[in-house]
Ligand binder design. Structure first.
Ligand code: SF4
Length: 489
């Protein structure tokens, strides 16, 4: 099986969807690289993008078209200015032109671009054979020649080109191969190392020690900034897309802080100040519960608004892991939350995400929402139990418990938007993760009747049995039973 780095699981990008926004974005970038490589970019006169399967059915709501236009314009999801996305898309549509980026052998080139004819949503065609998220690009050259490439967005922002096999980084040999939970336990038993120590040794194949630590802390910083932005939106207002879903992160943040208001909480004007306020705001169970939900809502409202988020393992489920990490950071007993704890959390959670990707799927188009919220909840449960002193067996047990209670969860986003049920569902995934971690920490994993490997296998079989209408197509469930335009918020 492929070797997956924790940095493949946690990637900084743009909402609202890793498979429908980030993946197509990366696919378009790969296609441009092909044109550069063949030294034909200068003679391109038109680029047509064709979307198949789930990308066709929910691509409008998930911003697939926007991602493709930005990618063809040379933007990168890690660095682009997210505050100008809607203006730039409007400008491309109005001018009916798109400016392809330059490269080593080509200068930037402006070409005609007709939104209605150059991005085709093949809603009534069958999906392409390899995966439910297929995307084909065709470049028309001045000579009349056409160059086509097909890609698959296989979940979590991962992209596979048609006919591609594991090569390069994916084909590296790791010191501790972990394709199953049992592999991890065996490595821990024979070496005496913890799960994050095992994963760290594997990461050293790709990066220097200092870069691993700095990179993970940078991702944690991006997660925390996303929570902060979601708790302090410019306006409470409603999210884009036409469902009129009200933003609640800012409202809940204000209520939680004001509820504690006059008892010595200082003013703040940045992330650090806010974290200090949150940390000292309460030790009450119900209030902490509300904070965890607020953290998750904040991330996924940012995600729905095309903000900058971190895949964990996907964008739709991007709020679960950060919410639980923030719970650990702010509400652990004094002195218990450390940067090393954050690193261990991410190494552990990332490895659990990899196990699900290898043994099942992290693509909702393949497995429904159990593949997104379920996997993220399992990741967060494992990370938290690691940080709270769990043994390797208890850490895997926490992941198992979290997924066991997400099995069969369908993906049925209303209007194809990553809003309902997605945003609230992240709060549920986070709370379940905390509960799962606490149950595991009080349990003897040797007496567990269900292993993590059992639940991964079960999830994959359930995914295969699940009807297509429940796999990110917006053709079943809430997506068809709730009148569009009626908000639940
Ligand atoms: S329902 Fe779940 S899997 Fe589907 S888009 Fe929403 S968060 Fe993603």
């Amino acid at each position: 099986m492929e070797a997956i780095s924790v940095f493949d699981i946690f990637k900084i990008g743009v909402g609202p969807s890793s498979s429908h926004t980030m993946g197509p974005w990366r696919a378009a970038q790969k296609f441009l690289a092909v044109l550069h490589q063949r030294r034909v970019l200068g003679s391109v006169v038109r680029v047509v993008t064709e979307l198949y399967g789930s990308l066709a059915k929910t691509g409008h709501g998930h911003g697939t078209d926007i991602a493709v236009m930005l990618a063809l314009s040379g933007d990168d999801p890690v660095t682009c200015d997210t505050s100008t996305i809607s203006d730039r898309i409007a400008a491309i549509k109005e001018a009916r032109r798109i400016r392809l980026p330059g490269g080593p052998s080509d200068r930037p080139k402006s070409i005609d671009f007709d939104y209605d004819h150059d991005i085709l949503f093949h809603v009534h065609s069958p999906p392409l054979p390899f995966h439910a998220n297929g995307i084909r690009f065709t470049a028309h050259l001045e000579s009349g020649q056409r160059i086509s490439e097909t890609y698959y967005s296989v979940g979590g922002g991962f992209v596979v080109q048609e006919g591609e096999h594991a090569t390069g980084d994916r084909a590296v040999t790791l010191p501790f191969h972990c394709n199953t939970g049992e592999d991890i336990l065996r490595h821990c038993r024979t070496t005496g190392m913890s799960i994050p120590q095992i994963v760290f040794q594997n990461e050293r194949v790709w990066r220097a020690d200092a870069d691993i630590r700095a990179g993970l802390l940078a991702i944690w910083r991006a997660m925390a900034e996303c929570i902060y932005r979601g708790c302090h939106p410019a306006t409470d207002g409603t999210l884009p897309g036409g469902l009129e879903v009200a933003r609640r992160g800012g409202v809940m943040n204000r209520k939680l802080i004001q509820g504690f208001g006059s008892s010595g909480i200082r003013e703040y004007d940045d992330l650090e100040g806010w974290l200090d306020v949150v940390r000292h705001s309460t030790r009450e169970f119900q209030q902490i519960l509300k904070w965890v939900s607020t953290f998750a809502l904040a991330v996924n409202e940012e995600n729905a608004a095309f903000g900058r988020v971190v895949t964990a393992p996907t964008n739709g489920a991007a709020g679960v892991v950060p919410a639980v990490m923030m719970y650990y950071w702010c509400f652990s007993p004094p002195g218990r939350s450390t940067e090393q704890g954050i690193i261990d959390f991410m190494l552990t959670a990332g490895e659990i995400g990899s196990l699900f990707k290898k043994g099942a799927t992290i693509s909702a188009a393949m497995g429904g929402c159990q593949a997104e919220i379920g996997v993220s909840s399992a990741m967060a449960a494992a990370g938290l139990s690691q940080c709270l002193g769990g043994s390797p067996g208890q850490v895997l047990m926490a992941a198992e418990i979290a997924m066991e209670h997400h099995l069969g969860m369908t993906c049925d986003p209303i209007k194809g938007l990553v809003q309902i049920p997605c945003i609230e569902r992240n709060t549920m995934g986070a709370i379940k993760a905390i509960t799962a971690a606490n149950i595991a920490l009080e349990s003897d994993p040797d007496k567990a009747r269900v292993s993590l490997d059992d639940v991964i296998k079960t999830m994959w079989e359930t995914a295969q049995d699940m009807m297509g209408k429940y796999k990110e197509t917006a053709e079943g469930g809430l997506a068809v039973n709730v009148s569009v335009g009626i908000s639940e918020c």
